[in-house]
Design a binder for this molecule. Sequence first.
Ligand code: NDP
Length: 251
Amino acid sequence: MFDLTNQTAVVTGGNRGIGLGYARGLAKSGASVAIWSRSPERNQVAVDQLTALGADAFAAACDVTDPNSVNEALASTLEHFGAVHALFANAGTSGRMAFPDFDLEDWNDLFDVNVVGTLLPAQSVARHMIERGEGGSIAVTSSIGASHGLPVAPHYSASKAAQIGLVKALAVKLAKHNIRVNAICPGFVATELTEPEQTNEAFQTAIKQRVPLRRWGTPEDFEGLAVYLASGHSAFVTGAELVIDGGYSAF
Ligand code: NDP
């Protein structure tokens, strides 16, 4: 059942970090993978990595905040692969936001990527899945920041909580089409997004003490979860929040 041969997965934000972790796991299990991220150069590097794993890989230069760009990415993906069976809506950004003296533009820009940038790919892929009538799997990368307040980034926490609300609503809405919708909630994972925290010695020490498994997560930690969610092994899993945080939330 973990064989994903003849299955196609789209990974937004798949050219590095957690998204590339999902993509590698999917590729190793036989899936064809389409990367939707903005940078053509970085997309090509990711495609080369996935191809080296034996996968049929493809990339569309896509800005997930732009409906036309998302629709074009789906059209080119369907032209290449014919169908999409799983979507990992993973593209995201972070940043700091002061409170109460914040710049509303920072809030709106971050919500655009993290929330609108989840909604639009989910819309385009769900339409395609409904038309095909064979079900599918949509997984959204939220964060433990949705439920653990981040004082330096209220906009990030709020955007990640918004994704969970969207996941639950869509899980109920799309269940009759056998389209499952789940949230993945990573803890602290070593990627470009968290580079400032990784190079901050005080933060490093604090996080290691606070995470029962005593380490940062890595993109590799997300390979198997992607395979599980794209496969029939998760056929009864929808509307769930899957926490992958080395035990941080349990402590
Ligand atoms: P990275 O910064 O390593 O990767 C972000 C990815 O998103 C890149 O592929 C980037 O590609 C893409 N991206 C950003 N903006 C857009 C856009 N407008 N359109 C299309 N693609 C875009 O981040 P991570 O791998 O760490 O994060 C991935 C997800 O995981 C995010 O949603 C993040 O919030 C979440 N997360 C991360 C955690 C961590 O500790 N790292 C913890 C919890 C959640 P490009 O720039 O080429 O477009």
